[in-house]
Design a protein around this ligand. Structure first.
Ligand code: ING
Length: 343
């Protein structure tokens, strides 16, 4: 009985009510579902001399496979058109610029856009972008979302550039993204496309929780990202055996902490004597891996992503309006001290 002595409803009647409420909630979720069938299209190695056309042909085969399985969106890796060229040092800018696209689509990628229009499937992929803005030539590590009519719906330019700027011959291979790319200047945006709120990031971005929280604060429901991650990390080789674990660790945490689907897609395998991890995966807003590649080659995995399921997290455990305390987080966005370090 209650503290004032009146009788509480019997435990049996409480169970009946609780069951009824639970059924309503499940039904609500059921007929409120908003399914986006997504494919992750992992790419195996791309050779240094490989023409873009061969990478594009492989992407078209993967896109056709994804469509045949009912996907409305297919996501490809970072720098999907060429080998991971920041692996080599050169001072010859014209040599480096050969790996960049000066327009998109272009003669090499038009077949991919045409196939997507024919199949009515959206896609996301990464490429090196060379652009002249206000008469200044800019170099970005870029990814775009192309809608099901073949139109570029969104662009992202990589913000967290790992690695170093000068040649470091002690390394088995270089990681010169800080030399060849500028920091992206488009922020972390969320776009209303494919019937949901879709965001993007690229590779090293996924290791920084701020990447996903900025999109989470915009109500993102699915984040598409590609990566080229070497199994060997020269600055801490004692962590090499943890690369696959760290890859999923950061993605699963980000999905759960922001209540978003995440699709992480590898360029995988032994590319020009550098072993790249695979681990391509599709992760639910709960942080569960719902699909994962099993090879280090070209491979498609599929998942039915119910974008309504983001609410299970965003309206409850990570209800930002109710529970976040930004007044206590000021240090997170305070400007860095001058000392920058190479990573
Ligand atoms: N590659 C790697 C990544 O962040 C790296 C660089 C590897 C950083 C291993 C730390 C550890 O996955 C890119 N392209 O960002």
């Amino acid at each position: 009985s209650r503290i004032d002595g009146t009788q509480a409803p019997s435990s049996r009647s409480r169970c009946v009510v609780a069951n009824f409420v639970a059924k309503i909630r499940i039904n609500k979720n059921y007929w409120m579902s908003r399914i986006l069938k997504v494919a992750a299209a992992q790419l195996g190695p791309i050779t240094l001399k490989g023409p873009r056309s061969s990478a594009v042909k492989r992407m078209i085969v993967l896109m056709q496979n994804a469509k045949a399985q009912g996907a409305g969106l297919v996501i490809f890796p970072e720098l999907a058109l060429t080998t991971f060229f920041p692996r080599w040092y050169t001072e010859d800018q014209s040599e480096i610029d050969k790996y960049f696209e000066t327009e998109m689509p272009n003669k090499d990628t038009e077949p991919l856009f045409a196939e997507a229009r024919k199949l009515k499937i959206g896609f996301n992929f990464g490429f090196a972008e060379l652009v002249v803005e206000k008469r200044v030539t800019r170099h970005f590590n870029t990814a775009i979302i192309v809608d099901q009519q073949g139109r570029i719906a969104a662009k992202y330019r990589k913000i967290h550039l790992p690695g170093h700027t000068e040649n470091e011959p002690w390394r088995a291979f270089q990681h010169l993204e800080k030399r060849y790319f500028e920091k992206g200047n488009l922020g972390f945006q969320v776009h209303q496309v494919f019937g949901g709120k879709i965001g993007m990031c690229i590779c090293n971005d996924r290791r920084w929780p701020e990447t996903f929280r900025v999109m989470g604060l915009q109500g993102v429901e699915l984040v598409a990202l590609g990566y080229n991650t070497p199994a060997h990390y020269p600055l801490a080789p004692e962590h090499d055996h943890l690369q696959d674990f760290h890859n999923h660790l950061v993605l699963q945490a980000a999905a759960y902490q922001n209540g978003t689907w995440i699709v992480g897609v590898a360029k995988a395998g032994r590319e020009e004597d550098c072993d790249l991890i695979g681990g391509t995966c599709i992760i639910a807003p709960t942080g569960e891996i719902v699909a994962e590649c099993k090879t280090l080659a070209d491979e498609v995995i599929i998942a039915e992503c119910d974008l309504e399921r983001c609410k299970e997290i965003q309206e409850n455990i990570f209800n930002f309006d109710l529970h976040r305390q930004p007044e206590d987080y000021a240090l997170i966005t305070a400007p860095k001290k001058e000392s920058a370090s190479n990573g």
